[in-house]
Ligand binder design. Structure first.
Ligand code: AMP
Length: 505
């Protein structure tokens, strides 16, 4: 039995391959037979250029059906797929070229000249382009290849994908994700979330990240359902297509943007069975408002590039706001203190994880890999968490965002939750800034609700002073029109720290 994850996908395809796989708004649809043919054609084309299993194929393109088929081609041929965020520009791309040393590069036609020059200078012989509409030199060149490729016999622990971490500190690291990792996590999720052949997933996420590429696409591939494949998230477009969908996966900002539209409600969700959320914390207010408006309870889950999904609120059973649910089957979790000892339930510590979902290490960085794993094989997530007696996990923040002020620990999320409840505040981010006396000073960055310019630093501080311990009360409050977020909706606290360190100097 082949250990290639593509073989597993094929074993789950509908018996009748003419069944729909992708529906494209305002475009032609694609069946499972198309998926198989097109990925075979790309695989044959790449193999014809002399690529062999283990070679890296770097891809920075807009989301499209062809880009998805190209990903599946790399899996079935055993080439290592290396997707890049479409926001990356020249300096970043040069770094990834040097780090991943690909044999083939696929990019958007708009970037072709720049990327070809950078790649050629590094000895990469093959650079092609693919546009969002499916056109480009790849399409022309691959059209001549025969769609007669089988599946390459890789080992379960061979790397399938190198996914660069978002790298909010230091340079991005390439997480080596194996065929076993993809198979294990895909199967666990499709079961846990009850995926069925008649499911229709409304896909609005980008496909260069674990959430849109693995979590969403693999659940569908493993259950023979179909996707409405949107080029990007657009709240009005989502509402237009939702009535034909049964499942939607989003990051928190997708949900707040949907709720911002007055015509969004139960009617648009009439055929839906599941809304999931992850990649960044979902505010309890959003969770509650979504339930009130639609009658649906968002299922929040937690994972990361290096580990795939680790925990999930249940499909059947209590989905608790502010928690990411218990460990998924096959995932072992523990919460430890600085000395590596497990803490009691309810206490905060670092979350560590072990299981077939956990990656094999960082590409070309054995020292970094060793540092991030414990002697007994657990991966240090760098996330601070609390686990209740019944196993539900709450993510408290990133360990590196923990503020130590006058020797005392302050968890930004706790302060943010107090701030967000205050009248006139839309959202907030709490960071630690260097302070001569305290080491770090608790600092709040606040976004006011529209028209609430009356909310000022004094009112906020006065409200907090009576409510929480003095050392947790921010030393300063700054106001901003919005919070800097990356494409997955994560607040970029490194940017805030830089901005306000400069301002307080
Ligand atoms: P990435 O590797 O880009 O997927 O980022 C993973 C990180 O996102 C995790 O280590 C967490 O810090 C954060 N994250 C993902 N899902 C959640 C969630 N549901 N709640 C809070 N943080 C999350």
């Amino acid at each position: 039995m082949s250990e290639n994850v593509y073989t597993l996908f094929v074993s789950r395809f509908p018996a009748d391959r003419r069944a729909p796989f992708l529906e494209i708004p305002e475009g032609r649809g694609y069946s499972y037979a198309d998926l198989d043919t097109e990925s075979a054609r790309y695989a044959r084309f790449l193999a014809g250029l002399g690529l062999v299993p283990g070679d890296r194929v770097m891809v920075q393109v807009e989301k499209s059906p062809q880009a998805l088929f190209f990903y599946l081609a790399c899996l079935r041929a055993g080439f290592i797929y290396v997707p890049l965020n479409t926001a990356y520009r020249q300096a970043e791309i040069e770094y990834f070229l040097d780090d991943a040393t690909p044999r083939f590069v696929l990019c958007d036609p708009v970037q072709l000249d720049m990327i070809r020059a950078a790649a050629t200078a590094r000895g990469v012989a093959h650079v092609h382009a693919l546009a969002a509409d499916g056109r480009g030199t790849l399409t022309e060149a691959a059209a001549r290849a025969a769609p007669d490729f089988g599946v390459a016999p890789v080992a379960a622990d061979d790397t399938a994908v190198i996914l660069y971490t978002s790298g909010t500190t230091g340079r991005p690291k390439g997480a080596m994700i194996t065929h076993r990792n993809l198979a294990a996590n895909g199967l666990v999720l499709s079961r846990a979330w009850g995926f069925r052949p008649d499911d229709v997933l409304l896909h609005a996420l980008p496909t260069f990240h674990i959430h849109g590429l693995f979590v969403a696409c693999h659940c569908v591939l493993l259950s023979g359902g179909k996707m409405i494949f949107m080029p990007k998230f657009d709240a009005a477009e989502v509402i237009r297509h939702l009535p034909r969908a049964t499942v939607f996966m989003g990051v928190p900002t997708y949900y707040t943007r949907l709720l911002a539209l007055p015509d969004f409600g139960a009617e648009a969700c009439r055929n839906m069975r599941l809304f999931t959320c992850g990649s960044a914390p979902l505010l309890p207010q959003t969770f509650e408002e979504f339930r009130a408006r639609t009658g649906h309870t968002i299922l929040e889950r937690y994972g990361m590039t290096e580990t795939g999904m680790n925990t999930s609120n249940p499909l059947d059973g209590a989905r608790r706001a502010g928690t990411v649910g218990p460990a998924l089957p096959g995932v072992t979790l523990r919460v430890v203190d600085i000395a590596g000892r497990e803490v009691a339930s309810g206490e905060v510590g670092e979350l560590q994880v072990k299981g077939d979902n956990v990656f094999r290490g960082y590409w070309c960085q054995p020292d970094k890999t060793r540092e991030e794993f414990t002697a007994d094989g657990f991966f240090r997530t760098g996330d601070l968490a609390r686990r209740d007696a019944d196993g539900y996990v709450a993510i408290v923040g990133r360990a590196k965002d923990l503020i130590i002020t006058g020797g005392l620990n302050v968890y930004p999320k706790e302060i943010e939750s107090y701030l967000d409840k205050l009248d006139g505040i839309a959202e907030s981010a709490v960071i630690g800034l260097p302070h001569p006396d305290f080491g770090e000073a608790v600092t709040a960055v606040v976004v006011r609700q529209p028209g609430r310019d009356d909310v000022d630093e004094q009112t906020i501080l006065a409200a907090l002073k009576g409510a929480i311990a003095g050392f947790k009360v921010p030393k300063r409050v700054f106001f901003a029109p919005d919070l800097p977020r990356n494409t997955m909706g994560k607040v970029q606290k490194n940017i805030l720290r830089e901005r306000y360190t400069a301002e307080t100097r």
